[in-house]
Design a protein around this ligand. Structure first.
Ligand SMILES: Nc1nc2c(ncn2[C@@H]2O[C@H](COP(=O)(O)OP(=O)(O)OP(=O)(O)O)[C@@H](O)[C@H]2O)c(=O)[nH]1
Ligand SMILES: [Mg+2]
Length: 473
């Protein structure tokens, strides 16, 4: 009677014949380096290339074993190593895994990997270990994506967001939602198939209310995306202003290093200077630019055009004015050019007598509160950082984002689609349309849900996701 035909199926053990191998630590010299293998032949391969110190015929799972890697072709020792064999299923990939902890020289690792390949392993693709963890049902797709985010996180907040996702909050919510939707769908479909039999009348108002609650939750998650994106990917921030206002001085004071040349001569900065800074957990790519004015020579002209290009593409603009001078045509022109951009207006040189009143500035140009600083004396910089944060995140600075955050565009799109379908289903109840229509919308929500967790995701999307990994993860 239950006709649900969504593509959901419980993840089953993927069991692949191939054993994959890779160097899992970065290229270069290090204290130790790890060669990792996963697959059914991992144990038989190490039996060929590993000679334990204490003669052991059986490896105890999940324990370190001390010994040597030997080249079976000549019996020579390649390296003294620690080896751990983890038998399935309690492993990262749910397959047998071997890790050989070698001395960290790259040639040693290369040799050990080569021996594993000669014994029948195949070189792993980028992210293939994690892909197997996903295919074998140990983690869902959102968790696999969190593994990449964790590796690539640039601030503690980025790590926190990736960890939330890795622990599976999104997955748990999706599993719960799926269960509820399947439940609704089976009731509706039973009713469609056997309308005259009083199997179970559909508790319409209850169902509708539940869908309304779900839509609201989905809306909340989708609305966290902008914040999540900022923490995950960081933002670009161009420092813009006319010449000599203190743009390079601000870059230096924010970075706490004399990165850019600062002189009293207008037109000092010609080229673009970029550095990354952590502002309350947001990775900010700061871009110092040439002062905007009518260029005096070809080099300056090129600098000004690059500055304008960066201003146009930046996520945020720090517009700097020199508080010790009256506003002039150059300032007004810049105001006009960036009027559509998200910006923080900064009045610099507050240590000098002021010719610009903040009050007047606000009246003349409706905008957020301008920030008054002295880049020279390092004053007002903390307040500036808070203002940058609030402008991007739209809330006060917190130690760590403790609420659940969606940081991935793929998730945001799919959550929006689910929300859309469920809103349509709610509308269907309200307008008393046929149950077929409502069933269609719930089915469509279930499809998006399946794509989200990776149960119905197509191969192209999967490879795009796993290609972002490094080899050996
Ligand atoms: N008194 C005072 N002087 C400042 C302050 N910030 C910068 N200056 C001075 O202003 C001059 C210009 O500073 P820069 O940082 O080079 O200015 P800029 O905007 O990068 O200039 P260009 O690269 O030429 O466009 C230097 O002499 C700085 O020492 C400040 O807060 N107070
Ligand atoms: Mg400069």
């Amino acid at each position: 009677m239950n006709k649900i035909t969504t593509n959901f199926s419980k993840s089953t053990f993927h069991g692949t014949e191939e054993t994959i191998a890779a160097i899992s630590t970065p290229f270069g010299e290090s204290g130790i380096g790890i060669v990792r293998m996963s697959g059914p032949c991992a144990e038989s391969i190490i039996r060929q290339i590993f000679r334990p110190k204490n003669d052991q015929s059986s490896f105890i799972s999940h324990r370190f074993h001390h010994g040597e890697v030997i080249d079976p072709s000549n019996g020579r020792s390649v390296d003294e190593v620690l080896l751990v064999l983890m038998r399935a299923p309690k492993t990262y990939t749910r397959e047998d895994i071997v890790e050989i902890h070698c001395h960290g020289g790259y040639l040693v690792l290369q040799k050990v990997l080569e021996l594993a390949l000669v014994q029948g392993a195949r070189m792993a693709q980028p992210g293939e270990f994690t892909k197997r963890a996903f295919l074998n049902g140990r983690i869902d797709l959102t968790q696999a994506e969190a593994v990449i985010d964790l590796i690539k996180a640039r601030t503690k907040e980025g790590i926190d967001i990736a960890n939330q996702q890795l622990r599976g909050w999104l997955n748990k919510e999706m599993v719960f939602l799926k269960e509820r939707l399947i439940n609704h769908l089976s009731l509706i479909e039973a009713h469609i198939d056997f309308p005259e039999e009083e199997i179970e009348t559909i508790p319409q108002s209850q169902m509708k209310q539940e869908l309304i609650d779900r839509v609201q939750k989905l809306e909340e998650w989708v609305s966290t995306y902008e914040e999540g994106r900022v923490f995950r990917e960081g933002i670009s921030c161009a420092i813009i202003g006319k010449t000599n206002v203190g743009k390079s001085s601000l870059l230096n004071v924010l970075l706490k290093q004399e990165r850019a040349i600062v002189t009293p001569i207008p037109g000092t900065t010609r080229d673009i200077i970029e550095e990354v800074l952590n502002i309350h957990g947001i990775p900010v790519r700061l871009i110092d630019t040439a002062g905007l004015r009518k260029a005096r020579d070809f080099i300056e002209k090129e600098g000004v055009s690059r500055a304008k290009e960066r201003a146009a593409n930046a996520d945020l603009i720090l517009l700097i004015l020199d508080g010790s001078r009256e506003l002039n045509e150059d300032d007004l022109e810049i105001f006009f050019e960036i009027k559509e951009k998200k910006k923080v207006v900064i009045v610099n040189k507050k240590d000098l007598p002021q010719k610009i009143s903040l009050e007047e500035l606000r009246n003349r140009f409706p905008m957020e509160q301008p920030v008054s600083i002295s880049a020279l004396k390092n004053e007002g910089i903390e307040e500036l950082k808070k203002t940058i944060y609030v402008t991007l995140i739209h809330r006060e600075v917190r130690i760590s984002p403790e609420h659940l955050i969606v940081a991935n565009i793929r998730h945001k799109m799919l959550l929006s689609q689910i929300k859309e379908s469920l809103s349509n289903a709610v509308k269907g109840f309200e307008e008393e349309v046929s149950f077929e229509f409502i069933a269609l919308e719930i089915r469509s929500a279930l499809d998006s849900l399946g794509e989200m967790v990776g149960e119905t995701t197509n191969e192209e999307v999967l490879s795009r996701i796993f290609n972002q990994f490094c080899i050996g993860k």
